[in-house]
Design a binder for this molecule. Structure first.
Ligand SMILES: C=C1C[C@]23C[C@@]1(O)CC[C@H]2[C@@]12CC[C@H](O)[C@@](C)(C(=O)O1)[C@H]2[C@@H]3C(=O)O
Ligand code: AKG
Ligand code: FE2
Length: 368
């Protein structure tokens, strides 16, 4: 069963609470592969999102990556600028993408191939670039294995003829997967207080901003609302809250749900390409980060993507008389070109809907 975990009521910043909670899948639970694949498929179909525990990724590579990236973000601004500006890859501060989006964060955005990591490492760890490359490659290797496992479970749960159809796309040597490390500086100086005093202070701030149930009251946007464009994203973060997902409540109304921090878990997002490949059976979840915490948030996201030339088209088993093909075929390169021409919050997959004749904006930049 997919176990909904409830949102703790205290010390949460300005987020809505949600009765339904966040679906959690224990990937090491006894019960057999069939039950596990059905749970994963159900979470991705109903929420486009789940918390994976018992995932089998050893803690070592993650701890080493966190130490290396925290050391980078602690450098003086001019030392970090050596790895930037983002083009779109590299070091970025506040500005996201090319179309005017901004957030309260700094980040490293890396292509996940070993050659690209080695190249970028020269401007990130000038003392010992190969140490940085090794740390990143070890982490990418472990997290890619988990991404493949989840995609194989989805392949088994959804029943395409080849259960490896999804994972094959990301294991190709030309895969265009990315690794992003986001660092959200603290919103205030109360991080110097102990935990109880922080909670008291936050509750005063919440009372001032309203009843704490209005998700935008006092919100400091760390990373604005969006869906991830790739196939699947695996996110891991420290113990600082901030991530929110847009999920339907019991009345079917979409509400922002705070995802309680869990440094030992991976948070799994369905991306736009997986929604297209499954003809909309799996949904690409909209999410954002509210950076109201009084301690820094450090998150690492692996975006599993196919090669640029991969043709994205719903698997034949996903198309039936009741569920006709929703999206026209496109390549990942074509999708990326469109995505970089649009704002972060754009529902870009809509532009690829069959019968959407109003495709005049595709590839021509944001018109809003
Ligand atoms: C505004 C943008 C930033 C982004 C590229 C885009 O034009 C629209 C999608 C954005 C996003 C969101 C998920 C990932 O963080 C990301 C790396 C991606 O693949 O798509 C970012 C892009 C980015 O920051 O370059
Ligand atoms: O930093 C986070 O926790 C999430 C950021 C995110 O959604 C992204 O980088 O695509
Ligand atoms: Fe995202």
């Amino acid at each position: 069963m997919v176990v909904p975990s409830t949102t703790p009521a205290v010390c949460q910043g300005a987020a809505a609470s949600h009765g339904g909670g966040i679906p959690t899948v224990d990937m090491s639970a006894p019960g057999g592969r069939g039950a596990l694949s059905r749970q994963v498929a159900r979470a991705c179909a109903e929420h486009g999102f789940f918390r994976a525990v018992g995932h089998g990724v050893p803690p070592g590579p993650a701890a080493r990556l966190d130490a290396a990236t925290a050391a980078f973000f602690a450098l003086a601004p001019h030392d970090k600028q050596r790895a930037g500006p983002p083009s779109p890859l590299g070091y970025g501060c506040r500005s996201i993408g090319f179309n005017g989006d901004a957030g309260e964060l700094e980040y490293l955005l890396l292509h996940a191939s070993p050659a690209a990591v080695a190249h970028r490492a020269r401007s990130i760890d000038t003392d010992d670039p190969s140490r940085f490359s090794t740390v990143v490659n070890d982490y990418v290797g472990a997290v890619r294995q988990l991404a493949c496992e989840i995609l194989d479970l989805l392949g088994e749960g959804l029943g395409p003829k080849d259960p490896r159809s999804f994972s094959k796309l990301i294991t190709d040597t030309d895969s265009d997967s990315l690794l992003r490390i986001n660092h959200y500086p603290p919103a205030c100086t109360i991080h110097k207080l102990d935990h109880d005093d922080q909670c008291k202070m936050k509750s005063i701030v919440r009372t001032k901003n309203g009843n704490g149930l209005n998700p935008s009251a006092g919100a400091r946007i760390g990373f604005g609302e969006h869906s991830d464009p790739q196939i699947i994203s695996l996110l891991r973060a420290n113990d600082v809250n901030g991530l929110q997902v847009l999920l339907p409540n019991s009345d079917g109304k979409e509400v922002w749900v705070q995802v309680p921090a869990d440094p030992s878990a991976f948070f799994v997002n369905v991306g736009d390409l997986l929604q297209a490949l499954t003809n909309g059976k799996l949904v690409s979840v909209r999410h954002r980060v509210i950076a109201n915490a009084c301690r820094p948030r450090l998150s690492t996201i692996y975006f599993a993507a196919p090669p640029l030339h991969a043709r994205i088209l719903a698997l034949p088993e996903m198309i039936t008389a009741d569920s006709p093909c929703q999206y026209r075929p496109f390549t990942w390169a074509e999708y990326k070109k469109t995505m970089y021409s649009l704002r972060l919050s754009h529902s870009r997959l809509d532009l690829f809907q069959v019968g959407d004749d109003d495709n005049s904006n595709v590839g021509k930049g944001e018109q809003e």
